[in-house]
Design a protein around this ligand. Structure first.
Ligand code: ADP
Ligand code: MG
Length: 322
């Protein structure tokens, strides 16, 4: 039996909030949220369209998880503590199986991060999900894109490239062992938003961004905003064991890391004097220094001998999205 919009919302998207700054959540014409004095509100919205931002046959649980994860990642990149989300859902039909799995993925991650779902909208239409997130941070402490300066070290969390390899696996363009395929597919469908790292980088990073469109493109946004360039050591790019096994040819792995999207790792810069300390400190997730900010605009890639490398983008086009 088809379920009504009201029942769907009631059953899957109405939960008592664990946060006492939610004065009013789902159920009225608007949510009411308490912002403490001295705090700035970080706000971001993302839209995911089936077939465009995820393959049509992605499991509903993963779609729900990822719809929230990409928004949490934006909060991480700003150094904000995620607090509240709203969810606009366009569904082809009131398919309860889909919605319950979607809600499990979404709400499970929300609980993990202490985030309250405080409202949304549910309509009938092509499968499309829009999540708006709000986070909190002390005014003036946001991580921005414009603060990188020549000499700053460039760092990245996790292993960029895994998600793009996972997409290639899903689309049947990359063959590898089953356990490696599982790992890579998981990195595509269940990215880890680096929220704790973002909070720890307040007052430490000179600039930060999350990697949604590939390391080269997103680092490029820091470079443009900061008016400088970067030199990357290709050998320093971290590679997961499954990626190495799937793409033993180093150049292809580099291309995945630089030009593949959907990793939701953080890329950030740190003033030169602090780099040694950063490399030795404990962080909530693995970090690697991959290069240095330079005055000359553009992105230069160096091999281990310090020689400039031109990566053939066609090598990557083979794996491209569209
Ligand atoms: P309105 O007509 O005022 O837009 P709706 O009937 O669309 O109200 O929604 C009723 C309540 O349910 C509102 O509080 C709205 O925020 C909430 N809501 C609707 N869809 C969702 C959803 N997908 N997730 C969370 N809350 C939702
Ligand atoms: Mg509505």
């Amino acid at each position: 039996m088809p379920i009504s919009e009201f029942d769907l919302i009631q059953r899957y998207f109405t939960h008592p909030s664990q946060r006492d700054d939610v004065l009013l959540g789902v159920g009225d014409d608007a949510a009411l949220l308490q912002v403490q004095p001295g705090m700035a509100l970080a706000l971001s919205v993302d839209m995911l369209v089936a077939g465009r931002h995820f393959p049509e046959d992605t499991p509903a649980h993963a779609i729900g998880y990822k719809a929230l994860a990409v928004n949490l990642s934006d909060m991480a990149a700003m150094g904000a503590a995620p607090a509240w989300v709203s969810l606009a859902l366009s569904l082809p039909e009131a398919d309860e199986g889909f919605v319950s799995a979607f809600a499990e993925g979404f709400m499970g991650l929300a609980r993990e991060h202490g985030v309250a779902l405080v409202g949304g909208d549910t309509v009938r239409g092509p499968l499309c999900i829009s999540v708006q997130i709000q986070g909190l941070l002390p005014a003036g402490q946001a991580l921005r894109r414009h603060g990188a300066r020549p000499g700053d070290g460039i760092f990245v969390s996790g292993n960029p490239g895994d998600a793009a390899a996972g997409l290639a696996v899903v689309q049947g363009r990359l063959d590898c062992r089953d356990d490696d395929a599982d790992y890579l597919r998981r990195r595509l469908n269940y990215p880890t938003p680096r929220v704790a790292l973002g909070l720890a980088l307040r007052g430490v990073a000179s600039a930060a961004i999350d990697i949604s469109d590939g390391l080269a493109a997103d680092l490029g946004h820091i470079l443009t905003a900061s008016g400088c360039g970067a030199l990357l050591q290709l050998d320093a790019l971290p590679r997961s064991a499954p990626l190495q096994a799937a793409l033993p040819e180093q150049q292809q792995a580099w291309q995945m890391a630089l030009h593949g999207g959907d990793d939701y790792e953080l890329c950030f810069t740190v003033p030169e004097r602090d780099c040694a300390r950063i490399e030795q400190a404990e962080w909530p997730c693995p970090l690697h220094r991959i290069g240095t900010i330079v005055a000359d605009p553009g992105l230069q890639l160096h091999d281990r001998h310090g020689r400039c490398v031109e990566l053939d983008r066609h090598g990557f086009d083979h794996f491209a999205n569209d």
